[in-house]
Design a protein around this ligand. Structure first.
Ligand code: BES
Ligand code: MN
Ligand code: ZN
Length: 486
């Protein structure tokens, strides 16, 4: 897959039908830990249990037959939530081997909701994701062409759920592709081209600010970080404006296309290969924008993608340098690897000027967030508890776990004190996720604001439920859900 293909990638199609299509070669059936076992499986509960299948979420058992499609018992647990169904659908897809045409009976017309069908659809599409890579031979992208959700008259809520889940999953796949793409194949100008194409395709405006415009605007943070790079920076402003909107939310994404650390160079250990993913926040914001028109979002949304490399060179930012940010505040540089907050400062300042109802920023900001919460859970901090609670609720329903950390400005703001500027860009050795957020809070004015630090969950080291190895697209569905529910 080349960069030009990213916006138009083919995904498995998910549809509903009364019964499994004749062409399906693999059919999944929901089985709980108790109660009836679908007769078609040809095995009773005891036989399933003898083979170690207990009906738990994530379990599958493939049952070959002499004639007809291969069957799969898909564990769904007791009284499955949408989250359980997303994971069960993902497990089904992971059991599919080389099968291309699939069908599954995981929702029920009588009792299942739109949220159930949407979650199943997301699990099917997201678990079948493979990053195709850039290889000589056409690579091992997923073999799955289509999945039919059957077993019911396709009721309106189920069809609406499948449509919804197809859109949110497609958006998250886009975020994954962008983050998985190597840095030389996706710089700030490449992202501009992609954003312009996506804007035309999915109905949002794209305004581009290049280095001259940024200088005129006084975006000293973004220009400062960009100083060491051969590649010019870009600030992309995306606007989705529905008729008579009921609210306005601004989303700000960190778009560090590659983070070398700058003069504070990162050590060259294997861990840093993933710094091509340091634009995962910007990818989540851009991907969110692609879903809004199709999901008939009634909230106006403005997205800011703040994009540059962080590189060392003769012209790079030095320790001790002082930058003046868009809102006039000055920052003394103590570590050039704390670059995300410098570029977000300008993005946040610009967002504040539009006086939205809320600002949410999303960034692969600190290793400290990962140290605190582990690799799977994102940190959320901010100035407005209602906004944070909205995000926590959205995270519960999309299955993207976040955990609130305290901002503690009163206690820890002094860790950012500088002798020569309004603040320095790093705090002390401890509480790095918090001091980073306090730094950001200096640029959010009086607008209710929340910050998502996704350094941990931006990637996963191996396939795990709906998350496939590599970039996860974390935050995309969470942001979509948040603005839809505004
Ligand atoms: N992009 C990194 C944070 C990161 C680390 C994301 C690991 C994903 C995985 C960020 O720019 C960074 O380098 N942060 C520094 C801040 C420090 C210098 C205060 C960090 O966390 O070490
Ligand atoms: Mn860094
Ligand atoms: Zn970074």
């Amino acid at each position: 897959m080349t960069t030009a293909d990213i916006p138009f990638r083919e995904l498995p199609s998910v549809t509903t039908a009364r019964s499994a299509p004749r062409l399906a070669t693999l059919i999944g059936m929901a089985v709980g830990p108790s109660g009836a076992v679908p007769r078609q499986l040809g095995l009773n509960r005891r036989a399933l249990e003898q083979h170690g299948f207990a009906g738990r979420v994530g379990q599958t058992m493939v049952i070959p037959r002499r004639d007809g499609a291969t069957l799969v018992a898909v564990g769904v647990g007791d009284a499955p939530t949408p989250g359980d169904l997303r994971d069960a659908a993902a497990a089904f897809v992971r059991a599919a081997g080389r099968h291309g045409v699939l069908a599954c009976d995981l929702v029920d017309a009588g009792s299942s909701t739109q949220a159930d069908a949407s979650a199943v659809t997301e699990g099917l599409i997201l678990a079948s994701y493979r990053y195709p890579g850039i290889t000589a031979k056409p690579s091992m992208s997923s073999s799955i062409e289509s999945v039919t959700i059957f077993g019911s008259a396709s009721t309106r809520p189920l069809e609406a759920g499948v449509r919804h889940g197809s859109v949110t999953a497609r958006a998250a796949v886009l975020a994954r592709d962008l983050a998985n793409t190597p840095p030389a194949h996706l710089n700030a100008r490449d992202l501009e081209v992609i954003a312009l194409r996506l804007g035309r395709e999915y109905g949002f405006g794209v305004e581009v600010f290049d280095e001259d415009a940024l200088a005129e605007m006084g975006c000293g943070g973004l220009l400062g970080v960009n100083r060491g790079s051969e590649e010019p920076p870009r600030l992309l402003k995306l606007t989705y404006s529905p008729r008579s909107p009921r609210g306005h939310v601004a989303l700000v994404g960190k778009g560090v296309m590659y983070d070398s650390g700058g003069i504070s160079l990162k050590p060259s250990d294997a861990f840093h290969v993933v710094m091509k993913m340091d634009m995962s926040g910007a990818a989540a914001v851009l991907s969110t924008m692609t879903a809004l028109r199709e999901l008939r979002c009634r909230t106006a949304v403005t997205g800011y993608l703040v994009c540059t490399d962080n590189m060392p060179s003769g012209s790079a930012l030095k320790l001790g340098d002082v930058l003046t940010m868009r809102n006039g505040k000055t920052v003394e540089i103590h570590n050039t690897d704390a670059e995300g907050r410098l570029i977000l400062a300008d993005g946040l300042s610009l967002a504040v000027e539009e006086a939205p109802d809320a600002i949410i920023d999303i960034a692969t900001l600190t290793g400290a967030a990962m140290a605190a919460l582990g690799p799977d859970v994102a940190a959320v901090l901010g100035s407005d508890q209602r906004l944070i609670d909205r995000l926590r609720n959205a995270a519960d329903s999309t299955g993207e776990p976040i955990w609130q950390m305290p901002l503690e400005s009163g206690r820890y703001r002094k860790l950012l004190d500088s002798n020569v500027a309004d603040m320095r860009n790093i705090g002390g050795p401890y509480g790095g996720c918090i001091t980073a957020a306090i730094f950001l809070s200096e640029f959010t004015g009086d607008v209710p604001w929340a910050h998502l630090d996704i350094a941990g969950p931006m990637k996963v080291d191996g396939d795990e439920a709906w998350r496939s190895k590599g970039a996860t697209g974390f935050g995309t569905r969470l942001l979509i859900d948040t603005v839809l529910g505004w």
